[in-house]
Ligand binder design. Structure first.
Ligand code: PGA
Length: 278
């Protein structure tokens, strides 16, 4: 009889226990002008104050269009609000003849902390390649911003390759150009769930988030894998957010449509109330 070496599945040590403060991020996309943005952020901060929200426990970020950033920054600074500011895109270049682009340094000057890279609406709608997504992440980091690397499979990908294969490949490619000490956030957003009203299940989100974290161990080592926040995005609402956040590898939500309704977004931020309520 042939003695074949058996495939022994790799059993890994558990990751070090690290507290990851959840991040609830509102991606406004191309909505709200700067006046509406000011009114919205004011209302949001009052609402969160009323419910005694602790920003140290759950970080809240808004990602307005470029034209709103200065107005929102001014408001956050004047009223000493603890909301974080994010941008929806960034140029891979430092400066120069790039008509229409906005550099990471310009964003950093506006106290922007996060920037989305690789959102499916940019990969798909603007033909952004995996290399370009990596370049944008690198440029963001170089200016002191934290890139939020968006990954996710289309419905076709899901059928052909399963849920995790494409997100894992996209993450690996985005990290290829990012220095090894860079802080980043990962947002898992199945393309079929974005804006469709058909969110992934909490189990589906956890399965891919877990695979992404395992891959981060290989790509960046255990400490970075344990510290990195992985968000779920795609039709998140106050009805389903608690289920996602209950998962051990889901550390927040990237919210599109529901982040434009101030009461609904306030409820989403308070997901802990739903979690403890079961
Ligand atoms: P959605 O969008 O919540 O409207 O599905 C999420 C996103 O595109 O980030």
């Amino acid at each position: 009889m042939n003695e074949r070496p058996q495939q022994i599945p790799e059993v890994r040590e558990p990751l070090p226990q690290v507290e990851r403060a959840p991040l609830i991020a509102g991606n406004w996309k191309m909505n709200l002008d700067h006046l509406q943005a000011i009114a919205f952020v004011q209302k949001l901060s009052w609402g969160l104050k009323d419910v005694g929200h602790n920003y140290g426990e759950v970080e809240v970020a808004v990602f307005p269009p470029f034209t709103d950033l200065r107005s929102v920054q001014t408001l956050l600074a004047a009223d000493k609000l603890s909301l974080s500011l994010g941008a929806q895109d960034v140029s891979p270049h430092e400066s120069g003849a790039y008509t229409g682009d906005v550099s990471a340094r310009m964003l950093a000057k506006l106290d922007v902390r996060y920037v989305l890279v690789g959102h499916s609406e940019r990969r798909g709608g603007h033909g952004e390649s995996p290399e370009l997504v990596g370049e944008k992440a690198r440029a963001a980091h170089a200016a002191g911003l934290v890139p939020v690397i968006c990954v996710g499979e289309t419905a076709d990908d899901l059928e052909q390759h399963g849920a995790a294969a494409i997100p894992l490949a996209q993450l690996e490619s985005a990290l290829a150009t990012l220095p090894s000490d860079a802080e980043f956030v990962v947002a898992y957003e199945p393309v079929w769930a974005i804006g469709s009203g058909q969110a992934a299940t909490a189990d589906q989100a956890e399965e891919v988030a877990r695979a992404l974290r395992e891959s981060l161990r290989d790509l960046r080592g255990d400490d970075r894998a344990a510290a990195t926040r992985i968000l779920y995005g795609g039709s998140v609402s106050s009805q389903n957010v608690a289920g996602f956040l209950r998962q051990p590898n889901v550390d927040g939500a990237l919210v599109g449509g529901a982040s434009l309704k101030v009461d609904e977004f306030t409820r989403i931020v308070q997901f802990r109330k739903h979690v403890t309520a079961g």
